[in-house]
Design a binder for this molecule. Structure first.
Ligand code: SF4
Ligand code: SF4
Length: 358
């Protein structure tokens, strides 16, 4: 099997973050600042990524601007020839810092939105004053002329705010909005009883997105991740395992997707020990679920196997304890009916939020 080079790299610069969103995709065991990669390490990783064929780097976290060297890191990634995208809550950005990032070669900013008003956003982010700060930062980004995407993570508590989130994206001058229904990995797992949307909410969100895409064609691009526990077929997670992208965690561990460490029996390489190209092509974790050879039935003989690649390996692991199983989101999975029941039961639950802690 010929393995193409990756297109994108998610650089999780740090797990530190001033917010504490209960759906944060960071692992329950967060990486400490003391073991984060240094500026020099990241500079080498950006060069290796560009040489490997990566075109764009998403500078993420945690909150990437919690790194004091964020401007140097942007400069290093841009100098390596990568398209640089900063994925941020906005808290921690100032006019001076935005100007410095712009001058260092930052190409694009993705600004997260926890809600469309201070009451919701600050409750979900667990950070008083965060919404006001974020709106001020959105204006500064627009004034600086930096292209911006708004990221709106939806769940049962804020899904009714979707129409307003789309309006806000237009008002704030964003070119794109990513509307993602919460994915149940990391901190979202213990929050399923608080965050799981109902089937009716999920349907309404899909209808709202379809209507807005029509109405705002040419004005705003809307990327949409529907509620997968209520879906019929799974998403093509990462466009297929080890096929389009890789993640580097704060301590240099290289993952095929951000939740891959949930698959405990896999061994993950680290950029401190091996070159990125060697890890991509020869790493055991990357080769574990590449292509379709590893599949079991019903995926193995399914016409959609090159469309969705059997869904999400981490979800199969989390829900069934078998990462090679068909993602139970799929209607053909023998476990699909049980997942649908589980989704209904979480949607009816009234659990308290469990906040991500530092
Ligand atoms: S999801 Fe929330 S807590 Fe997690 S990194 Fe993003 S802003 Fe921080
Ligand atoms: S059986 Fe497997 S390949 Fe077929 S649709 Fe379901 S998840 Fe996709």
């Amino acid at each position: 099997m010929t393995v193409p080079p990756p297109i994108a790299m998610l650089a999780e610069l740090t797990h530190r973050c001033p917010l504490s969103c209960p759906y944060c995709s960071n692992p329950l065991e967060l990486t400490r600042k003391e073991v984060e990669l240094s500026t020099a390490d990241w500079t080498r990783v950006f060069r290796e990524a560009a040489a490997l064929g990566v075109l764009q780097v998403h500078l993420s976290g945690g909150e990437p601007v919690s790194r004091r060297d964020i401007v140097d890191l942007v400069r290093a990634a841009a100098a390596a020839g990568l398209y640089t995208n900063l994925v941020t809550s906005g808290v921690g950005l100032t006019q001076a810092r935005i100007a410095a990032l712009d001058a260092a070669g930052l190409d694009h900013v993705q600004l997260s939105l926890q809600g469309t008003d201070a009451e919701m956003a600050d409750r979900i982010g667990g950070y008083a004053g965060g919404f006001a700060r974020k709106m001020a930062v959105a204006a500064l980004l627009r004034d600086a002329g930096l292209p911006m995407t708004l990221n709106f993570v939806m769940h049962r508590m804020n899904m009714q705010q979707l129409p307003r989130a789309i309006e806000m994206a237009v008002e704030l001058g964003a070119r794109r909005i990513e509307v993602a229904t919460v994915q149940f990995h990391g901190w979202a797992m213990p929050n399923r009883g608080a965050l799981m949307p109902s089937r009716d909410q999920a349907r309404e969100a899909s209808r709202t997105v379809a209507e807005a895409r029509d109405r705002l064609s040419g004005v705003l691009v809307i990327d949409y991740v529907p509620a997968d526990y209520h879906a019929t077929y799974p998403k093509a997670c990462m466009g297929g395992w080890g096929s389009t992208g890789l993640n580097v965690t704060p301590d240099g561990t290289v993952l095929p997707c951000h939740a891959a460490q949930e698959i405990r029996h896999l061994t993950f390489d680290n950029v401190r020990d091996r070159g990125l190209a060697e890890i991509w092509y020869d790493g055991a974790a990357f080769n574990a679920y590449r292509g379709t050879e590893w599949m079991q039935e019903p995926c193995r003989s399914c016409a959609r196997k090159a469309v969705d690649f059997g869904g999400c390996r981490c979800q199969a692991m989390a829900l069934l304890g078998d990462p090679a199983a068909t993602d139970p989101v799929c209607v053909k999975s023998p476990e699909h009916a049980r997942l649908a029941e589980m989704a209904e039961s979480f949607a009816d639950a009234r659990a308290d939020l469990v906040y991500r802690h530092a």
